[in-house]
Design a protein around this ligand. Structure first.
Ligand SMILES: [Zn+2]
Length: 152
């Protein structure tokens, strides 16, 4: 069995936070998950396709929601399933064409499910606190830079 490749060097708390941020963006704005993300230990960035720049109120709400999910101390679990079955519960549009027929589905509690081979924490309690450092909007792309305070 083969799984699609992934940068395994990503810092697990940041990468797990990316899953939560993606799901929160999908729920709040109906946009796709970030197709362009750069995840580092100290700070990360994600780009989202949005028709308009989020308002300051929405950005506050986004931060609150991500932290609310983190603070639920949700278990992060994974399981293998055939691609066809996975396609019914997760968005596979980000998956490379050469991805394997069997996918690893990572779940953050009941909040998020995503096909991913990266490294994750076992519980969102390891993430600490999510903070947005800066953001900007240009031609349909909202770029958000963020960090985690007190992750372990
Ligand atoms: Zn992942």
């Amino acid at each position: 069995m083969e799984l699609n490749s992934h940068n395994k060097q990503e810092y697990p708390p940041m990468h797990t936070c990316e899953h939560i941020l993606n799901q929160t963006m999908v729920r709040m704005f109906g946009c796709p998950r970030s197709k362009n993300a750069h995840i580092e230990r100290k700070k990360s960035k994600c780009d989202y396709e949005l028709k308009a720049a989020p308002t300051e109120d929405q950005i506050v709400e986004l931060t609150l929601k991500v932290n609310e999910i983190i603070d639920l101390h949700l278990p992060v679990t994974f399981g293998l399933m055939p691609r066809e079955e996975a396609g019914r519960i997760v968005d596979l549009s980000k998956l490379p064409d050469d991805a394997s027929e069997t996918l690893r589905i990572v779940r953050v509690g009941e909040y998020d499910a995503c096909a991913c081979i990266g490294q994750h924490v076992e519980n969102t309690s390891e993430l600490g606190h999510f903070e947005i450092i800066s953001h900007d909007y240009e031609e349909g792309r909202w770029r958000v830079r963020f960090r985690l305070v007190g992750s372990r």
